[in-house]
Design a protein. Structure first.
Length: 392
């Protein structure tokens, strides 16, 4: 027995000495991956509706060389309007591939989602974020730019054949009386598929939108008005069963109705007060700075709830003007700030700001349109409503 124990101890000692002296190989080490290099098959896309199902752009990128089965690599294609630094991006996720393609329809849907107009060229930024399949070790690729032009698609909701839209309902000042009072309860047409209006709404009530004033035959409405948050916007349709739910609180609201997307929005109106009347005064006008101004030549016609227009007025070159809510009264005015960045033919103004509005550079007859529903895209302080001068 003692002999067996001695043999066991000797064997164990040999094994221990061998293990202690023998150096085990280092565990394998994997390097980090790397940012991919993105490229595109084209630099511009201007597809037509007939190309809807055709691949119009192919994106490809290099291998990030992660320490993982390449079939698990994850790539997120990020697309956004140029200069926004991917703050409002649209994304497409690709797994296990080093390329992806977009059809004209897919790209067009992304572009229209950005609010781009039909048949207008824009610049978009594209990049790829690569990672392991579990999102670890993310890298941003280089950013490439494409010139893209959205094509026109049929609107989701049938447009009013009348080209007009009216608000009716107990949420409105006119109640359910039909015909409704105009122009105060008529929406303005901002473009081919978008209407907008500003209305003094009564809280907790309802409304409909009518394509023909005085006619109950057809209406724009909602499928059900019990959806939470629908008072602030959502889906609408043609001859749907329920009224629009109005806001819970009374006040002035901007309603925007987009037939292209089938969506509407309702938000508190924060622009300059909308007057009952509007007049033009200043050195750019025939009446100069004399106040009261001559009427009707320098008085605007109210077209709807948000638009005022002078169809033709001769304006002097390189002069100025103001808009007055009350003829003969200097108490309040519509004007521009000292940091005004618009042009004499298109710009945005506010209420009781510091500077006169610059007149056109070239003398001539002009149509002057004022729209209180169009917000300054640069959201400059105190500015909301838009003026547009068109030389006749």
């Amino acid at each position: 027995m003692k002999k067996f124990i001695k043999i066991f101890l000797a064997t164990a000692a040999i094994i221990f000495l061998y293990t202690a002296c023998h150096k085990v190989d280092d565990l394998p080490s994997y390097g980090n991956g790397s940012a991919v290099q993105l490229s595109s098959s084209v630099s511009s896309v201007a597809a037509a509706p007939a190309d809807s199902n055709t691949n119009v752009v192919a994106f490809s990128w290099t291998d990030p060389k992660y320490a993982q089965d390449p079939s698990l690599y994850k790539f997120v294609i990020e697309i956004d309007s140029a200069t926004r630094n991917f703050t409002q991006e649209s994304t497409i996720t690709v797994v296990g591939k080093l390329s992806d393609t977009l059809t004209a329809k897919q790209l067009n849907t992304i572009l229209l989602g950005f609010g781009f107009s039909f048949n207008v060229q824009y610049t978009i930024d594209v990049r790829v974020t690569s990672s392991y399949g579990n999102n670890n070790e993310q890298y941003k690729s280089n950013t490439i730019q494409l010139q893209v032009t959205p094509y026109k698609v049929p609107p989701k909701i049938e447009l009013p054949a009348s080209g007009k839209l009216f608000l009716v309902g107990d949420a409105s000042q006119g109640g359910w009386n039909n015909p409704v009072p105009v122009p105060t309860q008529e929406l303005a047409r901002l473009d081919e598929t978008t209407f907008a209006g500003v209305f003094d709404l009564i809280g907790g009530k309802q409304y409909l939108l009518l394509p023909v004033n005085g006619d109950w035959t057809h209406k724009y409405s909602v499928a059900t008005n019990t959806i939470p948050g629908l008072d602030a916007g959502g889906d609408f349709g043609y001859d749907q069963p329920d009224n629009f739910p109005g806001p819970a609180t009374s006040g002035m609201y901007l309603i925007i109705v987009n037939f292209q997307t089938g969506k509407f929005t309702v938000s508190p109106y924060t622009g300059p007060p909308i007057p009952a009347t509007l007049f033009m005064v200043g050195s750019a006008t025939p009446g100069g700075w004399n106040n009261p101004v001559p009427t009707p030549s320098q008085e605007f016609t109210r077209l709807n709830s948000v638009e005022f227009e002078i169809s033709s007025i001769p304006l002097a070159a390189a002069s100025e003007y103001l808009l007055l809510p009350v003829n003969g009264d200097w108490t309040h005015k519509y004007s521009v700030p000292g940091t005004f960045t618009g042009t004499p033919l298109l710009g945005y103004f506010g209420y009781d700001l510091s500077n006169n509005i610059p007149g056109p550079a070239i003398a001539g007859d002009y149509k002057v349109n004022i729209n209180f529903a169009v917000k300054d895209p640069e959201v400059q302080a105190g500015q909301f409503a838009r003026f547009t001068l068109t030389k006749l």
